[in-house]
Design a protein around this ligand. Sequence first.
Ligand code: UDP
Length: 271
Amino acid sequence: MARRRQIYEGKAKILFEGPEPGTLVQYFKDDATAGNGAKSDVIAGKGILNNRISEHIMLCLQEIGIPTHFIRRLNMREQLVKVVEIIPLEVVVRNRVAGSMAKRFDLPEGQRLPRPIVEFYYKNDPLGDPLVSEDHIVAFGWACPQDIEDMVGMAMRINDCLCGLFMGIGIQLVDFKLEFGRRWEGEDMRIILADEISPDNCRLWDRHTQEKLDKDRFRRDMGHVKEAYQEVARRMGILSENSANAVNPAGDNESLDTVQHLFVHNDGVSK
Ligand code: UDP
């Protein structure tokens, strides 16, 4: 089979040219990085879990009318997505204080915010993704005021939807990061949700025990990273109930590729 043209390689995903014009194949890697690449490792099976979790969330968001780049899952590690021109901003929504916000304001992690807060970070690794204001965004031409209004509106609706989705499975949505892209349809441009939504870019805490079920387990060397992602997938109904212990029972580096039968709705797509 002809080798596909690679369009872009990021820290956790690779984009390949898609089968039809205007499409891309988004491949989920097992690589994990933190601290702007200072720390990196491979978490066997993470890409498979994130592919499924992100698919589930994107489909839920589409149900409530959020436009997304997601078209369909192709196989265990890949999904077909629409080509977009990525807006160079990370849009973070926070329901509780955690991470960089706890550090910046010297606040205890977990404190509930009186209302959800939306923040923008400029996507620029050499600069360490600095926090920016709406004035910076407009002044530097990354987005216009209407684009910002559209992104904030979608981010708030996504937050409402995801808070409910996660609360229903006993998880608090502490914060998460979104990326948006521009999609041209003839003369018309519209902003749609891109990238992924998974435990790599959300903070997810068990509602009762406050156990972390997200990438902070990797960032903070807490261990059991994959098990936490599996738990999220299991609660979402993506991994079958009895799979949690069966996946990687020896705790070695065996890939989840070999245990794809453990997924619910394993629709037989080829690898
Ligand atoms: N986040 C992300 N990518 C980044 C930075 C942050 O996905 O490059 C997510 C992170 O997982 C968390 C939220 O955005 O859910 C807020 O992250 P924060 O600003 O607290 O940064 P961190 O503590 O990760 O440095």
